[in-house]
Structures are given as C-alpha cells and as structure tokens.
Design a protein around this ligand. Structure first.
Ligand code: HEC
Length: 164
C-alpha cells in the first residue's frame, strides 16, 4: 500500500514529465516553424514587411494628389448632409467664436459683409480649393475632403443665412 506521500510524489513526477514533454514539443515546433518561413534573411522582403502603412503629405506638396482623394470620395455611400450638419461636423471647429486662426465667426456681420461682397462664386471656390487670405489659412473643404461639393455649398449657405 503506497503511502500518501508516495502517491503525491508519483502524481507530481507524472505531471512534471508531461510539462517537460510539452515544452520540448513547443521548442521543436518553433524551431521548425521559424526555419520553414521562406526568405527570412532576404533584405528586400524584410523591407517590404516593415514598410510604413501611411505616408505624411503636406498641403502645397505637389505629390499630395488631392484630386484623386476628392475623386475617390466624390460619391459617398451615405445620405447627403444638410448645411447645419456639415457646419457642426466640419466648420464649427474654426468658425465658432472666437474664430480659430482668423476664421470669420458664424453670424459675425462685420467679418462676413466684405467676404459676401466678393460674390458667392468666389466663396465657393475658396472653400472647395482652400484659401489663404489676409487673416489665415483654410484647408480645402475645411479639411473634410470626403464632403461633396453640394454639401460644402449648403454649409456656405448656412453661413450666409446666419448674417442675413
Ligand atoms: C482649419 C480651420 C477651418 C475650418 C475647419 C474651416 N474654415 Fe473656413 N475659414 C478658415 C479661415 C482661417 C478663413 C479666413 C481666411 C482668410 O480670409 O484669410 C476661412 C474663411 C472661410 C470663408 C470665407 C472665404 C472668403 O473668401 O472670404 C468661408 C465661406 C468659409 N471659410 C467656409 C467654411 C466652411 C463651409 C467650412 C466647413 C466645411 C469651413 N470654412 C471650415 C478656417 C477654417
């Protein structure tokens, strides 16, 4: 009749054996798996794998490809936004009081009167293309290149209605 200690010892040794076996299995598998990867030492392949997934471009950079981004976003797969929705999502950031970076504040008659005098067509162009005026810089479509031109025009109407 094995003693209590002996039973424990036997069980413990069995468990230890299983664990060591499993460990050896993992080591062997990892070794095989590592060597099975083709071209690990191939420099070009590594470069390809660690290549950054994005690239920083700045406005004014000739390679920015704004046209292609705009073209790709021209037909958004969603319901068109209203002028006030576009304002809340995309224009508010700069055009709410006090006006960031020299942006004319929504409803500020003094700031808008001379701009409206330029004519709506020019305002449209300035917002679509981006605008560097006397007070600051606005990126094209306020930075929201996924907006359609119509959505931007509705947002401009929203600005104009606020000072009517
Ligand atoms: C990053 C900040 C910023 C955002 C976002 C922004 N604007 Fe502007 N916006 C400006 C600044 C700055 C000016 C003034 C530029 C100047 O006159 O020097 C301006 C000017 C304008 C003007 C007057 C242009 C002119 O010819 O006088 C209109 C219209 C306008 N913004 C509409 C919009 C609309 C619509 C949106 C949202 C789709 C928007 N802006 C988002 C910064 C911004």
């Amino acid at each position: 009749m094995p003693t209590h200690e002996q039973k424990f010892f036997d069980g413990f040794m069995l468990l230890l054996g299983v664990l060591i076996g499993a460990l050896a299995g993992i080591v062997l598998f990892a070794d095989w798996f590592g060597s099975a990867q083709v071209g690990v030492s191939d420099g070009a392949l590594i470069d390809d794998r660690i290549r950054p997934i994005g690239q920083v471009v700045l406005f004014g950079d000739p390679d920015i490809g704004v046209e292609s981004i705009v073209a790709a976003a021209a037909e958004p797969d969603r319901a068109p936004l209203s002028g006030s929705q576009v304002y809340d999502e995309s224009c508010y950031l700069c055009h709410a009081a006090p006006g960031i970076g020299g942006a004319p504040v929504l409803g500020d008659m003094d700031a808008w009167t001379p701009r409206i005098a330029q004519g709506t067509a020019l305002l449209h162009d300035h917002v679509l293309d981006g605008y560097q005026g006397d007070t600051g810089f606005m990126p094209p479509k306020g930075g929201r290149l996924d907006l359609t031109d119509e959505e931007v025009f509705k947002a401009i109407d929203f600005f104009l209605e606020a000072v009517e």
